[in-house]
Design a protein around this ligand. Structure first.
Ligand code: NAG
Ligand code: NAG
Length: 331
């Protein structure tokens, strides 16, 4: 009986020794992972109570303007997103786990805010919840989520002063379902970052300011719910040199030639054929312009200018054909 007891005790001791050995061999990160995720539920918002508002910080770095489409009123840009928040369920003491201060994990493992881009028009893009990205978790519970992405967003473009126009595009980021009572937003800086921006041949960035809003959706303030968002206002100035040389200068030269037409004697043929060739070149210009500009009521001044010339030239041709003193008719 005694022997049996001793045997059992020694078995137990061996088991304990073996377990601790295994745990030590398995590594401190594995132990930490088990410590963090044994009771973690990624479906739940990581706050202590229902009244707690979770603060999400957002930062945007604009690296490249891929396309600015006046016709479809869209802006395609390459941006780097950064989001950060505090997850109260993911904290640990680094000393207890071999000095691990941070852990890099697949983003699908933990809770993430449902931040969307309000102006998104890309049909293949659905929010930021891509689980293929990685996330950094710090021992204080601080979560850092960074990802590069290409966004296609709608942007109201006013081309009335083309080619000397500047456009303002708005990128509004906010949670779609979580109201302001659950999730608040804050920008990491007053401005979006442009430090890695690659120069665009046509557009120059004027400013890229960030602003936080809390907007009430709903008629009544008492019933409605506030929703937080951070709005980045991207002001783009068009570099007009290309258009000045390829569009404006030929147009002005044509105008100059046109004025000379009025001084031509109304002899048979000459004035008329000159006027008609000018008319044709104007038509070509108009075609080029309509290719560049969106189909909107807001005609740019260069278009108005072209139309005035068109009317004047038409009038000129008509006068040349129906005169009292035309040589063609008197002969
Ligand atoms: C996270 O917590 C730290 C320390 O309490 C605080 O300084 C920081 O602002 C918090 N960050 C966010 C995004 O709430
Ligand atoms: C885990 O951390 C402890 C304490 O810092 C250390 O002694 C041990 O060697 C570490 N284990 C492994 C497998 O690295």
């Amino acid at each position: 009986m005694e022997l049996c007891k001793v045997f059992l005790w020694s078995l137990l001791c061996f088991q304990c020794w073996w377990d601790s050995r295994c745990l030590a061999l398995r590594g401190n990160d594995t132990r930490l992972y088990r410590h963090l995720f044994n009771h973690y539920n990624k479906a739940l918002r990581p706050t202590s109570g229902p009244e707690d508002i979770l603060m999400v910080e957002i930062g945007v770095t604009l690296t490249h303007i891929i396309d600015m489409n006046e016709k479809h009123q869209t802006l395609t840009a390459n941006i780097w997103m950064t989001m950060a928040w505090n997850d109260s369920h993911l904290t640990w003491e680094p000393e207890d786990f071999g000095g691990f201060k941070a852990l890099t994990l697949p983003a699908g493992e933990i809770w993430k805010p449902d931040i969307v881009l309000y102006q998104n028009v890309d049909p293949y893009f659905s929010g930021w919840s891509t689980d293929d990205t990685y996330i950094k978790v710090y021992s204080t519970g601080y979560i850092l989520w960074e990802m590069p992405t290409v966004t296609m967003s709608s942007c109201h473009l006013d081309v009335s002063s083309f080619p000397f126009d500047s456009q303002t595009c708005v990128l509004k980021f906010g949670p779609w379902i979580h109201s302001g009572k659950e999730l608040d937003m804050r920008s990491m800086a007053d401005e979006g970052s442009l430090e890695s921006f690659i120069d665009h041949p046509e557009w120059e960035v004027g400013s890229f300011k960030a602003k936080r809003h809390m907007i009430w959706y709903g008629e009544d303030f008492n019933i409605g719910t506030p929703y937080a968002d951070v709005t980045f206002k991207l002001v783009l100035k068009r570099k007009s040199t290309f258009y000045v040389f390829n569009l404006l200068l030929p147009c002005l030269l044509l105008t100059f030639v046109m004025t000379a037409t009025f001084f031509l004697p109304s002899n048979c043929g000459e004035k008329l054929s000159f006027g008609v060739s000018l008319l044709l070149s104007m038509v070509v210009f108009q075609l080029v312009l309509t290719d560049v500009l969106p189909e909107s009521d807001n005609l740019p001044w260069i278009g108005k200018h072209e139309n005035t010339h068109f009317s004047l030239l038409t009038l000129l041709c008509k006068i040349t054909i129906f005169p009292g003193n035309n040589v063609c008719f008197t002969n």
